[in-house]
Design a protein around this ligand. Sequence first.
Ligand SMILES: [Zn+2]
Length: 404
Amino acid sequence: MSRVDHATPTAEVTALWDAVVGQPELVATLAHAAADAGRIRRGEPGPAMTHAWLLTGPPGSGRSTAARVFAAALQCAEGGCGTCEACRLTLAREHPDVDQFTPEKLQITAEESLDLIRRAAMTPIMGRWNVLVVEDADRLNDVSGNALLKSLEEPSPRTVWILCAPTAEDVLPTIVSRTRQVRLRTPGTREVAEALVRREGVDPALAAFAARAAQGHIGRARALAADEQVRLRRSEVLAIPGQLRDLPSCFVAAQNLLDAATADAAAITDALDASELATLMRAYGEGATGAMAARVKRTASAATKELEARQKSRRTRTVRDQIDRALLDLTGLYRDVLVLQTGARVELINDELRPTLGSMAAHGSVQATMARLAALDHARLEIAASVAPLLALEALMVKLARGG
Ligand SMILES: [Zn+2]
């Protein structure tokens, strides 16, 4: 791994940074910054450190992991040992001076921005720095973004902003110009597979499959390697093209895909919903009696309604995410068909399906494959833009069956 000389990481620092897969340049930059952050605290110059960062990288490249590891390195007295209390609390998302804000709505609201500014003005309670991680900073609009500018430019002396976004182009230019940008790339199949073997003890053959199937998305690779249900779901999705014979079978396939996505989303959100509700109930004192109990009940019911509304919107978003995941898998399948049709010399994503892919390639034209890929793109955009998923999926299945 290449690193800048002055970062001189110890073996322990490497263990912490090891969680950031396939990003040697980014690790070098941030480890150096963390070392300089320590110098700044001692009153020495530390040019590699700055108070506002923008981490950019495609979905699944590990942006939030990189942000959290960097936050741990900043809080750690040794620049990121990976084992001290500061490191452990930060990695477990429990450090009181590391705030990770994940927007729940499509845009970050002015109200949420004001809350971030308030938190940015605080001094650290137990840590060395007050770190604010903002995920999806591309969701800052003119109003909420402009509200942040002053705080980004001149935060409290111990505050560090770490903004995350897919690309700098997605973020307001006024925000970008006030940050130092560090880019993550899509990690290679081999790097992801190696990380699965080394860090999670996954069998090498399974790790290679998961990394290939996930196409550089680390979280997806981890899920494919760890969970047989996820692998099963994926092969069900990849079997869809073979089932599209006529109009009724297209509608059945669309409904099945939606049902599967809904079930998978419920598996993710149900446990979260229950624990949030339990926390809320505890906050309102479940044990109150008499007149007190009646008053508590009224207040609790308003708060419960608000929580339920938030959970419902999260459930909707999670279903859409699951559908998008399935459509990405189908895109990979047709991409492989195109590879075989054009004789391109690249690795197949679905190498284990070579015979099926070969027959799909032989029975269709390049134009039809391109049209199917375009239809998948179109459906993903529609669903992201809140078109009813079933309608978008039905239209898609018909286009996949016809070849455009
Ligand atoms: Zn540490």
